[in-house]
Design a binder for this molecule. Structure first.
Ligand SMILES: [Zn+2]
Ligand SMILES: [Zn+2]
Length: 1117
């Protein structure tokens, strides 16, 4: 049969039979010009079946000039279309004329459906003769294909198919719902429909399409038995599936040719032989026809209205026909949407956008995304068990599931997930692993399905977003008229895809051979979804965006978390992370993307909701991992500004919520233990008659025991600030590395200093470290949550001494962690601020820097960038001096920072004078005044602590008595301060003078001679002034650190202060300042080894060696 002779003979036979059948059909049609009754219907049915039977012998391959020529000559597409339309009319006419309404219509309708399918199959088989790669086909196939395409896109053809789709939805499927449930084997017994992905050979299709001879012989006796509802389902499914394939094949040729032309490949030089004008004309005609006929809308409406599918049992080896059909249709619809979008370059995006904005299409699109949000990877429902239990060779995808369960397990999420799977919305069989396996075998998997569901829906937005923001916004608005549902759906999609990526585990990073979509493409799908969401958010009113903020943030939270999975890391690009973090910052802080200061518009309760919802996404951990990922890829500096904005708002609330949750878990556990311990004692009492109560509490114990199964491991874990806020450690390390490079002058020579810029990485990082770590609303605000260990021990004495002591120790560890984190943030920020100021001051002293200075001091738009930066840094220095431990401060040498900041302020002042003085630049003058005020306060804070006074600011502060009742005045000698030099920074006159009534004890004292003896008076003066101006926390007489940590000595036991040392002991961090190892997911996971002095850790011998020579040699004991 492979010989050329027999092939040409078969083609001739095909041509002859096609011709004969066409004549017969024409005759039948002519014989019933306007009659619409049962005999007419029967005749048409017969003609249809005869016509269709030709196609059961389509010569293989069908994509052949002769075959297409024959199909064209016989007028197959127009003829079948007319048959289809007339069949529907005849059916409706016959239905109305029949006597017995109850039994007849369904039988008749079913037969009509079968006949219509035969007609549609003819069209579809013709469509499958279209070569998918028409652009590279040789003549005459190419021009014949274009002609056939024209036939298939005829208005009459598309309208007839649209009517058929409507017939399924309006006449066939309602019968399913009303008919009694009954199992009958009348339908689908002859041929099992074969699921079709693109590329299935037409021969298989033709074989499956053989009509049933039984149908069409309508007589009263067979009508006595009403058809089974499964027959109506199945026929509807088959008809719809046929229509889908027609549209899919037509779009495939257009999209395929478009891709061929777009792809720059030199091999086929004649690839443009199929004229772009021809293609564009065909695409335009198809789009117009789709719009006019409503075919796309009808298809979508029918798919949305499909009856529920029966899902297979876990041990099933075959599927119900209807389930198989719907699975195929659902998947083919996604490919139709993707291909349709691809034709946008041929017929214009507005045309495609209009088609996709039709209400029925939007409804299906939303339903598709909703299906994705319902997907829960790894939940213990039948979904996953079915998937991994299959006989196919791809069970490996599910195997790693348990290995990767750790980080992804969040209790509340799983509950919600199982609810969703069995919830009110029926799940599509397409997303059921077992069904998918049985339908498509190993070639299509959940990953691909998820990917294609998401990308096919939003592909137009994705296409438009980079080139035409308005069009993208319009397309996303057409999809989601409500921003709220957009946010909820985006969050759900991101979560579902993240879950899938986590389920894939390490296998996610491996590409499956021959797969169109690799797991890492899931990342692309999530990113597209986020682009869509951003397009929808853009331009929305601030109030509306604020109302949706929880879901918007959660969506970004899940998408960032997805990037941290192995599959995510393979698919990740630094741009993805950068844009995700940028969007996060923009959502809370405002930008061109979102209205300004959204976070501040929220009520505290709404902020709380955001935080609660963000917790399960482990946003802070994702932020840490992604920062390290960017550092490894040398892209971390680009995101510093976004981190500053996002973390500045979200870090502390997230940490607070996580800390509270941990404590609540602990408390619950403790109560349970107490109940268990107390049970035997109360058992006797329960006998008295309190059986109900006893039973109740027992049940409660059992129940909560079950609830804890998931989180039991977590409950035992101690909350550590490093695990939760490791991102601060990474930021500190980045700042430290930057400073190391800045001071050795390797990387910054000649470039514009950081402080000239509004968003320089090191400045942003230093500001973030200072505000998150040292500002009173940052980390320091968490300490009161961690209750006083002595008080906690006393309170828990009743629970039994051991637990109380243990808890007290745990609490002390957490407190210490928080304090050390503050120290780390503060000291790295202090060094960074010094380095930045030094660099800037040196730059300004250099001749020739005047031109850039003009811009920086005055600012290009009148904005004083430099002086504003100086003010921010001075404020940070003040916070740091308030919150860090003496050990950390002494090691960080704050006096050096103060001196170089004074030098910088002096340089700015000088420059300002040259430009016309304070009057010419009031903003700069005000910045400078505030800066010097804050530097003076920082000196006072250091003086107020006995442990710091001598080590840091010896004799810098002095008091001048004022009459009682007068207002304090502070005088800061910036010039003197700027002239001090290390290492002891001793002053030759007071740097800061406080004119105050509180300085009365210093009356008559002289700084030069009496300053050593008068230090208690000076310290008291500093404390008094700081208390008055509100620098200390409310009611406190000492700086925050002393208030929180140093005072505990009095309570007995070991002095907390005595143990405090620098560098931190409980925080893990490579101590080499130049360390550039960001390899592990977090600093805590680096394999750090201690120096033999046990005070410092290193990630490896190289870092140890470098730090040894850089100074550790001197201090190592
Ligand atoms: Zn290192
Ligand atoms: Zn050492």
């Amino acid at each position: 049969m492979s010989s050329a002779g027999s092939r040409s003979q078969r083609r001739a036979e095909f041509r002859g039979s096609l011709h004969r059948c066409a004549s017969f059909v024409r005759g039948t049609l002519a014989g019933h010009p306007g009659t619409l009754n049962l005999p007419c219907f029967n005749d048409l049915t017969s003609a249809t079946l005869v016509h269709q039977s030709c196609f059961s012998d389509v010569p293989d391959p069908a994509q052949d000039p002769e075959t297409i020529q024959a199909i064209l000559d016989a007028g197959t597409a127009p003829l079948s279309s007319e048959l289809l339309s007339r069949l529907i009319l005849a059916h409706n006419g016959a239905k109305g004329s029949l006597p017995d309404e109850a039994a007849w219509p369904t039988r008749l309708t079913l037969d009509a459906a079968t006949a219509m399918r035969a007609a549609a199959l003819s069209v579809r088989t013709a469509a499958l003769a279209l070569p998918a790669d028409a652009a590279v086909s040789a003549e005459p196939l190419r021009s014949l294909a274009v002609r056939l395409l024209g036939d298939l896109c005829l208005d009459t053809t598309l309208s007839a198919l649209a009517e058929a789709a409507r017939f399924v939805r309006e006449q066939l499927w309602p019968a399913v719902q009303s008919a009694p449930a009954e199992v009958a084997a009348t339908a689908g017994s002859d041929s099992l429909p074969v699921a079709e992905v693109e590329g299935v050979s037409p021969a298989v299709v033709a074989a499956a399409a053989k009509p049933r001879k039984r149908v069409g012989m309508i007589n009263p006796s067979s009508a006595a038995t009403p058809p089974a509802r499964t027959s109506c389902q199945t026929e509807g499914g088959l008809l719809l599936s046929t229509i889908c394939l027609h549209l899919g094949a037509v779009l495939q040729m257009l999209a395929g040719a478009e891709m061929e032309q777009a792809a720059p490949h030199g091999g086929s030089s004649d690839s443009s032989a199929i004229g772009r004008t021809d293609l564009a004309a065909a695409a335009t005609r198809l789009a117009a026809g789709l719009k006019h006929s409503g075919l796309l809308s009808e298809l979508c409406a029918a798919v949305t209205a499909a009856p529920c599918c029966e899902l297979p049992a876990p041990d099933a080896t075959s599927l119900a026909h209807f389930t198989l059909e719907m699975t195929t249709i659902q998947y083919n619809m996604t490919t139709i949407f993707s291909k349709l979008t691809r034709t946008h370059s041929l017929c214009g995006s507005p045309v495609v956008a209009e088609l996709l904005a039709a209400p029925a299409v939007v409804r299906l699109h939303v339903a598709m995304l909703e299906q994705v949000t319902l997907y829960r990877a790894g939940s213990r429902s039948s979904w996953v068990e079915g998937g991994s239990g299959g006989a196919g060779g791809t069970g490996g995808e599910g195997e790693e599931e348990d290995d990767e369960g750790g980080p992804g397990s969040d209790d509340e999420g799983e509950l919600e997930g199982s609810g969703g799977a069995g919830g009110a919305v029926a799940c599509w069989p397409l997303l059921h692993p077992k069904t998918l396996r049985l339908s498509f075998g190993p070639k299509l998997q959940i990953t691909e399905v998820l990917h294609s569901l998401v990308t096919s829906v939003i592909s137009l937005v994705t296409v438009e977003a980079p080139v035409n923001k308005e069009a993208a916004a319009a397309a996303s608005k057409a999809l989601f008229p409500s921003l709220a549902s957009c946010a909820v759906t985006s969050a759900g999609v991101a979560r579902a895809l993240c879950g899938r990526a986590e389920q894939l585990g390490r296998l996610g990073a491996r590409e499956r051979a021959g797969a169109n979509v690799t797991p890492k493409d899931l990342v692309g799908a999530v990113m597209c979804m986020m682009v869509m969401m951003a397009s929808r958010v853009g331009g929305a009113p601030p109030k509306e965006v604020a109302g949706c903020l929880p879901d918007l943030l959660v969506a970004e939270g899940w998408s960032l978390r997805m990037l941290t999975t192995p599959a995510g890391l393979v698919g990740a690009k630094p741009e993805y992370v950068a844009s995700a973090v940028y969007r996060l910052g923009a959502l809370v802080r405002g930008s061109s993307l979102a209205p300004p200061r959204l976070w501040d518009m929220l009520s505290p309760a709404a902020q709380g909701t955001c935080v609660e919802r963000l917790l399960p996404t482990h946003l802070l951990c994702s932020m840490d991992r992604m920062l390290r990922y960017l550092a490894v890829n040398d892209a971390a500096r680009g995101v510093a500004m976004s981190y500053y904005e996002a973390m500045g708002v979200l870090l502390t609330p997230l940490l607070r919520a996580s800390l509270q949750r941990w404590q609540q878990r602990h408390l619950r556990r403790q109560q349970q233990q107490q109940q268990c311990a107390g049970a035997p004692a109360t058992a006797v009492a329960a006998d008295e008659g309190a059986a109900g109560t006893g039973g109740g509490s027992a049940r409660h114990a059992t129940h909560s025991g079950e609830g804890e199964v998931h989180g039991d491991g977590e409950a035992d874990e101690v909350w550590t600030v490093q695990a939760e806020a490791g991102v601060l450690v990474t930021l500190a390390k980045l700042a430290r590395q930057d400073v190391a490079h800045l001071s050795d002058g390797r990387s910054r020579n000649g470039s514009v200093p950081d402080l000239f810029k509004t968003n320089s990485p090191l400045t942003c990082t230093a500001l973030l470290l200072a505000s998150a770590g040292c500002y009173k609303n940052g980390l320091p605000s968490l300490l009161p949550l961690v209750t006083d260990p002595t008080a906690a021990a006393a309170q828990q004495g009743g629970y039994g001494g051991v637990g109380g002591v243990e808890w007290a120790r745990t609490v002390a560890t957490v407190r210490r962690g928080l304090g050390e984190m503050t120290d780390l943030c503060g000291s790295e920020a202090l060094r960074a601020i010094a380095a930045l100021s030094e660099e800037m001051a040196a730059f300004m002293k250099r001749p020739g820097s005047a031109s850039s200075m003009l811009k920086a001091v005055g600012g290009p738009n009148g904005q004083p960038i430099l002086s504003a930066n100086v003010k921010l840094l001075a404020r940070s220095v003040l916070w740091i001096t308030c919150s860090c431990s003496p050990a950390a401060l002494v090691a960080a040498v704050p006096q050096r920072t103060l001196v170089v900041m004074a030098q910088l302020a002096r340089e700015v002042e000088k420059r300002m004078r040259r430009l016309g003085g304070a009057a010419a630049n009031p903003a700069v003058a005000s910045d400078l005044q505030q800066s010097s005020g804050m530097l003076a306060l920082a000196v006072m804070v250091l003086t107020s602590d006995e442990a710091l006074r001598v080590a840091c600011v010896p004799g810098w502060l002095w008091g001048v008595p004022l009459p009682r009742g007068s207002v304090d005045q502070v005088e800061c000698g910036l010039e003197h301060l700027s002239q001090l030099t290390g290492p002891d920074y001793a002053a030759i006159c007071p740097i800061v003078r406080v004119h105050s009534a509180a300085a009365a004890p210093l009356a008559g004292k002289i700084w030069r001679t009496d300053r050593e003896a008068s230090w208690p008076m000076v310290m008291a003066l500093a404390r008094k002034h700081l208390q008055t101006c509100g620098a200390f926390s409310v009611g406190s007489k000492v700086r925050w650190w002393s208030e929180s940590f140093a005072r505990r000595d009095g309570a007995g036991g070991g002095s907390e202060e005595a143990l405090w040392c620098w560098p931190p002991r409980s925080l893990r961090l490579c101590n080499n300042p130049g360390c550039g190892d960001f390899g592990a997911a977090s600093e805590g996971e680096l394999n750090l080894k201690k120096c033999w002095c046990r005070a410092v850790r290193y990630c490896g011998p190289a870092c140890q060696k470098e730090h040894w020579h850089a100074g550790h040699k001197v201090v190592c004991m």
